[in-house]
Design a protein around this ligand. Sequence first.
Ligand code: ZN
Length: 472
Amino acid sequence: MFAVETLITNAYLVLEASSEVPPDAGPEMTQVQAAHDAGREIDGGWIALDQGRVHSVGAAADPQPQAQRTVDAQGRLITPGLINTHHHMYQNLTRAYAPAVNGSLFQWLTTLYPKWAALDQESVYLSTYIAAAELIRGGCTTSSDHMYVHPQPRLIDAQIRAVEEIGFRFMANRGSMTRSVEDGGLPPASVVQDEETILEDSERLIAAWHDPSPGAMTRVALAPCSMFSVTEDIMRETALLAEKHDVRLHTHLAEDRDEDTYALEVYGRRPVEYLEDVGWATDRTWVAHYVYGSQEESRRLAAAGVSATQCPSSNMILCGDAADAKTLRSMGMSIGIGCDGSASADSADLWQETRGAMLLGRLKHGPALFSARDALNMATRGSAANLGWDDELGRLRPGDCADLVVWESAPLTQLGSFTDPVEGWLRSGPARAWHTFIGGRHVLDSGELQLAALEENIVGHSRAARAMQGLS
Ligand code: ZN
């Protein structure tokens, strides 16, 4: 008799986070009821996983399939796995580095670049392994990583070795820098590369690791770091290469006011005009931060299909403002969520960033106009759209990837929360993942990471980080 691999029962199941109450919901209908009636949430539901996919879902009264293994979720909340669309994992080797913590973005970067010049395959493997483990604990099942410092070759290959060991879904971003201090950029010469090397390595990585097939575990995007660290040529050539191989494009944009000044002085244009001029205003592009675009610029980018990643903690630490997600979404732009580098946000916890997105939304627009479901929608559907992967990630319909989180129930901080499981989850907390499945694989079981090399790699990471920071 056929039996699915895993059946999870007795949960409050969010199949897809709604971003708004449906228009036919009357004033007396609560948001919980509205979402439930729209078929997006099931109270007391079950979900069956088989061969890396969601096999079926149902309410308590619906017949359940036979299963090889059953997990009782005991009234816990299940959401689609959160998706991280902007990170620099290697930076966890210089987390909260004291000489840099109180500088501006540019001061912070110029203090740390010389430290990052010591990156090698081993330290990049270790930082990626630890970053993925940290992300899984915070409910993340897919992450991109913007790796743009390349003092040595084949660092992204080392990242992929780490995520393959873990079974973590990953979109590697082949970052690049060409303009060193000598050429009017910010980084030292030892961490930049010439254009030919970058383009050749981009094609090599796409051939080696980009898997466009459904259910892929690794994909590759192309990602020059930012306008102040690469030439216009590499931006144009990269866009052409992305078109040729049908891969995504990513870069930092409008993160800081200093960038406006730099763009006007060096290029005689505003950052968004620059992006348009180099051929990046397309629906294969997602940009990190996008704090300082004008209304008109935002409308143009939205119309072109460009999407953006809000990085709440990083922006509040380094910038003082963040993308206005609600306004940008109303223009038709998809907005995802990212934790950004571990040395700016100093944490890689997507639950925390999702909460940050909710707080920013309410701060900008008031309590009636931004809910926990809006933020969860950003971290799932919005982020999946950033990665061009919304056909099978960020929701839990039958046939979607079996990437989901069973959240820890009723820890001390959630006691007393009964009336809305989604608001309760994001307002209370901090919340931790209790079970995490990626492609149906149980990578976090009852709060414990199921990673064979974790202890060994924690020791190795600490050693590598101390060496990079010049500590004994
Ligand atoms: Zn960044």
